[in-house]
Design a protein around this ligand. Structure first.
Ligand code: C2E
Ligand code: MG
Ligand code: MG
Ligand code: MG
Length: 287
């Protein structure tokens, strides 16, 4: 069918398009039942110290256990949730769930007292007036100290509505939570944005980490991003580390923290807890 599509200046509504539209309708309908039906769950990817490889915190990542489709990933359903206005409710649930998990782990594992929890915040969530209350109540009901919570924003929100973003960041930091710029380097933010918006952490996108290869020491752009973060005195987290040579280059490049399949994929709640248990038994510093 593809050959015929668009020929003569029109696009034939083909079966594949119909099924894409039908799938989208199904996701829309089913999303309404997901939260009340308990179909969402969080998985937790360790954030490790590149020097000691100890787990310093986790990033909460959302999963939807769809009754017939199986596990649906956030990049597939969050845009749909966005369109039907479900982001605030879902975001509230994620915040409460993630804070409760982190508070529980900090209480029950001796070595996890300083553990942090990172939660992704979508652009529309940052725009919604309820966010501050949601954050405050997630902290209060879990007992998690504000400084242990990191909210991850992408650069696009800073560009879209700079005034609103600046105001929200100010309010959030007033609560004592930390703010990370996620996928850093892929958006439109620039030096001036970084100066204008008080953020605490830069998460360097996987696409830059993956430019590390055998031939080069450290690719120039990646080096530049790291230097930028260091100049502004920000904490740096490298995302998506999959290979040993990426780990060693970043460690030599003085990057403090990292996430990636090389260390651990996102883990179920109980597996994250097992990891913390194992770490508590290990010596504090690996030789
Ligand atoms: P992100 O915040 O940049 O999260 C990192 C993504 O990279 C996650 O995908 C994670 O599973 C994946 N990842 C981690 N390490 C590696 C690696 O070594 N290699 C590769 N190839 N991938 C790795 P995931 O869980 O599918 O989430 C995708 C995006 O969906 C997230 O990107 C975030 O923007 C969004 N998201 C996830 N959970 C939530 C949520 O609760 N709320 C909101 N608003 N957005 C969320
Ligand atoms: Mg993130
Ligand atoms: Mg990211
Ligand atoms: Mg991403």
């Amino acid at each position: 069918w593809a050959k015929g599509a668009g020929r003569g200046g029109y696009v034939v509504f083909n079966p594949q398009m119909r099924s894409a539209a039908a799938e989208r309708r199904q996701l829309e309908e089913d999303l309404w039942a997901a939260l009340p039906g308990g179909q969402f769950r969080l998985v937790y990817q360790p954030v490790v110290d590149l020097g000691s490889e100890r787990v310093m915190g986790f990033e909460a990542l959302l999963r939807w256990d769809h009754p017939t489709l199986g596990v649906v990933l956030p990049e597939r359903f969050l845009p749909v949730a966005e369109d039907i206005g479900l982001i605030p409710e879902i975001g509230r649930w994620v915040l409460a769930e993630a804070c409760a998990a982190a508070a529980g782990w900090r209480r029950s594992h001796p070595g996890a007292g300083a553990l942090s929890m990172a939660v992704n915040v979508s652009p529309s969530q940052l725009g919604s007036p309820g966010l501050i209350d949601d954050v405050r109540s997630a902290l209060e009901s879990s007992g998690l100290p504000a400084a242990a919570l990191v909210l991850e924003l992408t650069e696009s929100v800073l560009v879209r509505d700079p005034l609103l973003a600046a105001e929200r960041l100010h309010e959030l930091r007033g609560l004592g939570v930390r703010v990370a710029l996620d996928d850093f380097g892929t958006g439109y933010s620039s030096l001036s944005h970084l100066r204008q918006f008080a953020v605490d952490i830069l998460k360097i996108d996987r696409s830059f980490v993956s430019t590390i290869d055998d031939a080069e020491a450290m690719p120039a752009i990646l080096r530049g991003l790291i230097n930028l973060g260091r100049t502004l005195d920000l904490e740096i987290v490298a995302e998506g580390i999959e290979q040993e040579r990426q780990r060693s280059h970043l460690r030599e490049g003085q990057v403090g923290l990292a996430q990636g399949y090389l260390f651990a994929a996102p883990l179920e709640h109980t597996d994250a807890e097992l990891l913390l248990l194992g770490q508590a038994e290990a010596p504090a510093e690996s030789p």
